[in-house]
Write a protein that binds this ligand. Structure first.
Ligand SMILES: C[S@@+](CC[C@H](N)C(=O)[O-])C[C@H]1O[C@@H](n2cnc3c(N)ncnc32)[C@H](O)[C@@H]1O
Length: 349
């Protein structure tokens, strides 16, 4: 029996029971199923028996019992994260690719991540740190942790030895679990990353990279100002990634009519050594005093007089979706089921 790199047995060789496959019809509509011995996939176009796929190579075109054809491929990581069970909104592939690059996630790195949500970003981080690296992930919702664990195990076909997930607020749990100055990279995807500033400052090694993914400019601006005010970090850098797909067909070579217009922004900074003061960059524009109208519009100030608002910050104002515990527990049970099936896939060749 060969034991290659973690998860490699899920991505090559003949198709096996427990693996996910993507079936794309002539209209280009992909459907993802998990192969099971004796399993059947029913659609209004007919029935496809899983046994007609198990043991065969991916890349084939197969017909169901009614002669309806599908192209058969294993989902790539990009496809997998968009089709896996979701609790919280996932980081889209165009952004996780950037995060891995901007945060300079390297094989063997020790990475801290929060929150875990559905585990999409965790998979990219785990792949980048490799079998010798570690990712410690923190998630405040237990039901989301369960969904993420199912998704990550289903992707790798086993538990990843370098991954630990802890339930709780990152700003408290990471301070307990991580040695000061021991973390190479911190990646945050949450509503209020500035709440983790002190924790990140303590655990991140000198030169270590902090990347935060935020959905709105108000979050980005608040985090940038908090980083500057705290000291101990380099001047933050911000960017967003726009991806425009193209139609390339004969003379009709043009951008696609639709694109994902907005996902989020990345803000990154590096930890300075203890007691070092960041260099004031000359290029920074002189910031003018805010008027009372400016301050009234500033999210951190706007809810200052509301006794229920947490430090003047009202996350409901971001209009993000809240997932009920009942729905996410159901999703977690499904994610666990596909992980159990994936763990049955033999690891030999
Ligand atoms: C948008 S989701 C993360 C999605 C994830 N990156 C993915 O790709 O699947 C944000 C998560 O952060 C969690 N969260 C928010 N604040 C947190 C904190 N201070 N510590 C730990 N988790 C937190 C939320 O419960 C939520 O699950």
């Amino acid at each position: 029996m060969t034991h290659g790199p973690i998860g490699a047995h899920m991505r090559k060789g003949p198709l096996r029971a427990g693996q996910r496959v993507q079936l794309t019809d002539r209209k280009g509509k992909p459907s993802t199923i998990t192969l099971q011995d004796g399993g059947e996939w029913h659609t209004h176009q007919g029935v496809l028996r899983h046994d007609t796929l198990i043991g065969r190579s991916e890349g084939i075109v197969i017909a169901n019992d009614a002669g309806y054809e599908y192209q058969v491929l294993r989902p790539l990581l990009n496809d997998y994260v968009l089709s896996m069970p979701r609790g919280a909104t996932v980081v889209y592939p165009k952004d996780s690719a950037q995060i891995v690059q901007v945060a300079d996630i390297f094989p063997g790195a020790h990475v801290v991540e929060a929150g875990v949500g559905s585990g999409a970003l965790s998979i990219s981080l785990l792949r980048a740190v490799g079998d010798q690296g570690t990712v410690h992930s923190y998630e405040r919702r237990e039901d989301f942790r369960d969904i993420a664990v199912g998704n990550v195990e289903a992707f790798f076909g086993q538990e990843h030895p370098g991954w630990q997930v802890r339930v709780g607020d990152m700003q408290e749990e990471a301070l307990r679990a991580e040695e000061p100055g021991s973390v190479d990279r911190v990646v945050l995807d949450m509503l209020a990353p500035w709440e983790c500033l002190e924790a990140v400052k303590q655990i991140l090694a000198p030169g270590g990279v902090w990347v935060s993914y935020v959905a709105s400019v108000t979050q980005m601006s608040r985090l940038a100002e908090a980083l500057r005010a705290s000291g101990g970090f380099t001047e933050p850098e911000a960017h967003e990634t726009m991806l425009r797909t193209w139609n390339v067909d004969g003379l009709a070579v043009r951008p696609d009519h639709r694109m994902v217009a907005h996902t989020g922004f990345l803000l990154s900074a590096r930890r300075l050594a203890e007691d070092q003061t960041p260099l004031q960059l000359k290029k920074r524009e002189k910031v003018s005093e805010a008027s009372s109208e400016d301050r009234a519009a500033w999210p951190g100030e706007r809810w200052k007089d509301d006794p229920d608002a947490e430090e003047g910050w009202d996350p409901t104002a971001l209009k993000t979706r809240t997932v009920s515990g009942k729905k996410s527990r159901k999703t977690a049970a499904y994610a666990q089921k596909i992980a159990d099936q994936a763990k049955e896939v033999p690891r030999d060749g």
